[in-house]
Ligand binder design. Structure first.
Ligand code: ARG
Length: 468
């Protein structure tokens, strides 16, 4: 195993020549998979302890390996470790440094193991941890939303369909819609963990091993619920990464929709919300501008996260069992998606705390566009026992009249309304305001402030319990 034999240390027995420079460039993953260093070392420590417990390596060799791995970990942590492209990936970088540090015993670490089960284990550990991280930061975003929703449980704004004024809702209710989305996102990350919680270590290259290993021991040591059950599947499965990316992409799309609303709401035309200097930028030419760049970038970055999901699905879809080098392409997509989503959630959490709502503008907007037309129709049904379809028709005539008069439904004269339907009484005005409209919508999950407050209280508890 001479260092300067001119061939690779790990498979030099079969190889005499050096790889082409392009081969090294396309083959090496160390530039990105060094992010798996901590997981790689944890996996090796668990594996070595098991080899010793099973009598596969001696206690002395284990002690040397274990101390050596700690030393490598310390070097990596303090930044003194020299990563080498020649050594292709994190697994060979660590093992080869271990050999330099402790000599011969290092050569026993790879007994009953392959880089195939090693990388599958490292990557699962990394993704699993990241799922927990996103579960936690989403809980933080939800808390930030709950605080704002609480303040605005009764603040009236227009609710939209087709981005056309539909019915008045409360701002608290609108914000709580995102709480529900981010709550489901939390569950998606948790669910992904539940399925990825099996340890591939010990599947070896693809077929398992003849050494008397204890896969339950390594699984437990690494915090998995148990070992995977099929060695071929163990080294070729990337479902866990795909599920992570799917959860991330869905979460990203929720963030993007919210970001889009912030962009719309902060236009001078809407004027519903203003972001402070902390979350806006100006224009170098137009002094009046205040641009919601952070929201726009959250919206845009969701594309990257979705792209990562498509990337890995595409990489995986044609691969025969078991491992193929294609699978090395899983990491950059996942790392980039994770970093991107992290930033998106942080920016959104910041914006949620930063947003200043213009309640007057929202109220004024809610009062235009005949947003209370449904309330008039509902009154006709309730007070006059008119079938809803007919009530809809009568209300349509009232809207047309108000439009002609250039006024709102609540300002129509009783005589005019009676001209449309003689049964209408002054009682109709008891439902014709945006406040009355939202207050009346007390159905479970409805926009009435009383309902919204209940949902906020329930969401607070759910968020504290992991949204279960
Ligand atoms: N760097 C590789 C990866 O990320 C590790 C596994 C390599 N295995 C192999 N048989 N070449 O997938």
């Amino acid at each position: 195993m001479a260092e300067n034999s001119g061939s690779n240390k790990m498979w030099g027995g079969r190889f005499a020549g050096q790889p082409d420079a392009v081969m090294e460039a396309i083959n090496a993953s160390i530039d990105f998979d060094q992010r798996l260093a901590a997981e790689d070392i944890a996996g090796s420590k668990a594996h070595a302890a098991m080899l010793k417990a099973q009598g596969i390596i001696s206690a002395d060799d284990h002690a040397a390996i274990d101390a050596g791995l700690d030393a490598v970990a310390a070097e990596i942590e303090t930044g003194t470790f020299a990563f080498s492209k020649k050594l292709e990936d994190i697994h060979m970088n660590v093992e080869s440094r271990l050999a330099v540090l402790i000599g011969a015993p290092a050569g026993r670490l790879h007994t009953a193991r392959s880089r195939n089960d090693q990388v599958a284990t490292d990557f699962r550990l990394w993704v699993k941890k990241r799922c927990g991280f996103f579960d936690a930061v989403l809980a933080g975003l939800i808390d930030a939303l709950l605080a704002r929703a609480e303040d605005h449980a009764a603040t009236v704004m227009p609710g939209f369909t087709h981005l056309q004024t539909a019915q008045p809702v409360t701002l608290g209710h609108h914000l709580m819609a995102y709480v529900e989305m981010f709550g489901r996102d939390r569950r998606r990350f948790q669910d992904a963990v539940a399925r990825m919680d099996e340890c591939p270590l010990g599947a070896a290259a693809l077929a398992g091993t003849g050494f008397p290993i204890d896969r339950h021991m390594t699984a437990t040591a690494l915090g998995f619920a148990g070992p995977t059950r099929n060695s071929l599947d163990s080294v070729s499965d990337r479902d866990f990464a795909l599920e992570f990316l799917a959860a991330a992409a869905i979460c990203g799309s929720h963030l993007s929709r919210f970001a889009e609303e912030i962009v719309i709401w902060s236009t001078p035309q809407f004027g519903f919300v203003a972001l402070s200097d902390a979350f806006s930028t100006g224009s170098s030419i137009m002094p009046q501008k205040r641009n919601p760049d952070a929201a726009e970038l959250v919206r845009a970055k969701s594309g990257r996260v979705t792209g990562a999901l498509i990337t890995l699905l595409t990489v995986m879809k044609g691969l025969p069992l078991a491992y193929s080098k294609d699978m090395q392409e899983d990491k950059e997509a996942v790392f980039d998606a994770a970093d991107t989503l992290d930033l998106m959630i942080a920016a959104m959490t910041g914006m949620v705390g930063d947003m200043r709502f213009n309640e007057k503008r929202m109220h004024a907007a809610a009062s235009t566009g005949f947003s209370i037309a449904t309330d008039l129709a509902d009154w006709l049904v309730r007070a006059l026992n008119i079938p809803f379809r007919e009530a809809h028709h009568i209300t349509g005539a009232a809207v047309a009249l108000a439009e002609r008069q250039g006024t709102g439904l609540e300002r129509l004269k009783l005589e005019d309304l009676q001209g449309i339907h003689p049964g209408i009484t002054a009682d109709v005005f008891s439902v014709l305001s945006v406040e009355k409209s939202v207050r009346s919508r007390t159905s479970f999950g409805g926009t009435a402030p009383s309902q919204v407050k209940k949902q906020i209280a329930a969401a607070r508890k759910r968020n504290a319990r992991g949204w279960r």
